[in-house]
Ligand binder design. Structure first.
Ligand code: GLU
Length: 296
C-alpha cells in the first residue's frame, strides 16, 4: 500500500488538509505501507517555495513522518513531457487558441453533475483551468489554420480530445473503463465528463491532470486518498492512465471537512491555518482532538 498527500504550495495548510493527509497516513499505517508527500508546484504564478517549507514543517509538527526528499513536480518536467509525447503520438491532443475570456463566454456546465466544482481557485484547478466544460471550439480548426497560428507564435493550450481518446480506448479493447472508490463504489468512467481538459500549455508543458497521473504512476501509488471535490477529475485521470499504459490505483475520495457553519474549509473563507493555530499555542494533540482523532 502506497498512499500520498499532494498539496499545492499556494498557502498554509488548514485542518482540512490535515484531515486529508491523515486519511492517507492511516490507510498506509494500517496496511504496513508507505505514506508519501508530494509537492504540486507546477503553477509558478501561485506556488511559493516558502509555502512548501511551511507545509512540510506543519506536517512534521502534526506528527506525520514521510520519506524525503519529497517529490516536487517542478523538478520533473521531463517526465510530463514524455507522457505528452506519447499522448500526441496517439492523436488524442489538439491545440486550443481560445483565450480565457472566450472560454468563459462559450463554455457549458458539466453534464449530469449535481454538484459541479465551482471554485476557480480550488484544488480542481491548480493550473487555473476553467471549472466547467470547454465547448470544443478549436477541435474544428483546419490543419492550415493551426499551422499558421503556431508559426505566428500564438499562445495555446493542448487539450485532450475526448472523442479521439474514446476511439483509441475502444480500439485497444479498454473501454469501458472503471475505477474503484472506497466511498463512491465502482464508478464507470465517462471520458467526456469534464470535457476536453487542458493537459499542457505552450509555456507550461503539463497541467494538474497530467502531472498527477504521471506522478502517481512513477511513485507507484496504489491508493489515492483525496477530497471528494476531485472525484470528477478521476474520470480524466483514469482515461490518461489507460492511454499511457499505467497501473490503476484504488481511490478514496473522502468527504470534505466543514466549519461550524457547514462551509467547506478554505483559505479564502478565512479558515485558520495550522500555522496560526500553532501560534495561538495549540499543540498537535489539541488539533487532532478537534477532529476526534488521537495524536500521531
Ligand atoms: N494538488 C491538489 C491540491 O492541492 C491535490 C491533488 C490530488 O490529491 O490529486 O488540492
Amino acid at each position: 500500500m502506497v498512499t500520498r498527500f499532494a498539496p499545492s504550495p499556494t498557502g498554509f495548510l488548514h485542518m482540512g488538509h490535515a484531515f486529508s493527509a491523515r486519511m492517507g497516513f492511516d490507510a498506509a499505517q494500517k496496511a504496513g505501507g508507505t505514506f508519501l508527500v508530494r509537492i504540486e508546484d507546477i503553477d509558478t504564478t501561485r506556488c511559493r517555495p516558502e509555502y512548501t517549507e511551511a507545509i512540510l514543517e506543519d506536517l512534521r509538527f502534526l506528527g506525520f513522518s514521510f520519506p524525503t526528499p519529497v517529490r516536487k513536480q517542478s523538478e520533473h518536467l521531463d517526465d510530463y513531457d514524455r507522457a505528452l509525447d506519447r499522448l500526441s503520438l496517439l492523436g488524442v491532443l489538439y491545440p486550443c487558441f481560445c483565450t480565457r475570456k472566450e472560454i468563459a463566454t462559450s463554455q457549458s456546465a458539466p453534464q449530469h453533475d449535481p454538484q459541479p466544482p465551482t471554485d476557480p481557485n480550488g484544488p480542481n484547478h491548480p493550473n487555473g483551468d476553467a471549472p466547467v466544460v470547454y465547448s470544443g471550439r478549436c477541435r474544428g480548426l483546419s490543419a492550415d489554420e493551426v499551422n499558421t497560428r503556431l508559426k505566428r507564435g500564438d499562445s495555446y493550450a493542448l487539450r485532450l480530445h475526448t472523442e479521439a481518446a474514446e476511439g483509441v480506448l475502444r480500439d485497444f479493447g479498454l473501454a469501458p473503463l472503471f475505477f474503484s472508490d472506497a466511498y463512491a463504489g465502482t464508478v464507470q468512467v465517462d471520458p467526456a465528463r469534464l470535457g476536453d481538459v487542458v493537459l499542457a500549455r505552450k509555456e507550461v508543458r503539463t497541467s494538474y491532470h497530467l502531472a498527477v497521473v504521471v506522478d502517481d504512476a512513477i511513485q507507484q501509488v496504489t491508493c489515492v486518498t483525496r477530497g471528494e471535490d476531485l472525484l470528477l477529475s478521476t474520470h480524466v485521470h483514469r482515461v490518461l492512465q489507460a492511454l499511457l499504459g499505467f497501473q490503476m490505483p484504488v481511490y478514496a475520495h473522502h468527504p470534505l471537512l466543514q466549519d461550524a457553519g457547514g462551509q467547506r474549509l478554505a483559505k479564502r473563507r478565512g479558515s485558520l491555518s495550522i500555522r496560526a493555530l500553532r501560534q495561538q499555542g495549540f499543540s498537535a494533540r489539541d488539533l487532532w482532538a478537534t477532529l476526534g482523532l488521537p495524536p500521531l
